[in-house]
Design a protein around this ligand. Structure first.
Ligand code: ZN
Ligand code: ZN
Length: 233
């Protein structure tokens, strides 16, 4: 039998993914809220509690209805643990340890341990990038727009005399802002090096960056210099 991946096909279509509609942006406070419950008592067309109008609920005019996905869990470009607050009807992030303040008073409410409570997932684009600078003999790699607190795999290759002199990779942890700094040394005679980083959490690679060695830069700028010198004579 040929070796390879063994895919299992299921009869049902994406059995774990559910979509909930009836989410709207509030006209007054601009929050995303759920309007699928019965209206707020006594206030037709109002739901939950709107921080822009104390004592009143969120409302929307002729607006588009958003659909939220549930049950996908965390994954590449996907964050779960977004919940629907029972009191103010807004969507809030419940994965950070504190619930934030609710315009209804106290903090947002939504049972996290209840399997019937929908666990919403939001997709986010990833655009991790790096810049590489050389201050002899240190090479600095600065990363930006990676997964906050996530892991990054940095790979680099030093090439000289048509051969790979060094080929290594390392794992670093990102800061809270999704940035990181990584340094390594490039010593001896080399022509150029290449660096690439990989956002492990979202499985997203960056573009490859290359840096020429100072010796190589001198060599390449030499003809230009001689022409310039000749013009002055
Ligand atoms: Zn509102
Ligand atoms: Zn709330």
């Amino acid at each position: 039998m040929a070796t390879g991946y063994d895919f299992t096909l299921t009869h049902t279509e994406f059995p774990f993914v559910r979509v909930q509609q009836d989410w709207y942006t509030c006209w007054y406070c601009q929050v995303l809220y759920y309007a699928g419950h019965p209206d707020r008592p006594g206030r037709p067309g109002e739901d939950g509690a709107c921080p822009a109008r104390p004592g009143r609920g969120h409302t929307h005019g002729v607006a588009r209805t958003f659909r939220l996905m549930t049950g996908l869990g965390d994954g590449p470009h996907m964050q779960s643990n977004w919940r629907h607050c029972w009191n103010c009807q807004a969507l809030f992030f419940a994965g950070s340890g504190h619930r934030g303040s609710c315009p209804s008073g106290g903090s947002h409410r939504g049972r996290l341990d209840d399997p019937d409570t929908l666990d919403f997932c939001l997709a986010y684009p990833m655009n991790p990038r790096i810049t590489v600078t050389r201050v002899e003999p240190v090479i600095s790699v600065l990363g930006d727009s990676f997964t906050p607190d996530g892991q990054v795999r940095v790979s680099w290759k030093i090439v000289g005399e048509n051969a790979t002199l060094e080929n290594r990779s390392d794992t670093v942890r990102c800061f809270r802002e999704g940035d990181f700094r990584y340094t390594f040394h490039a010593q001896g005679r080399w022509d150029f090096l290449t660096v690439r980083a990989w956002d492990v959490t979202s499985d997203t690679p960056t573009l490859v960056r290359s840096v020429l060695s100072p010796a190589r830069l001198d060599l390449e700028s030499a003809p230009t210099r001689s022409v310039a010198d000749g013009a002055h004579r």
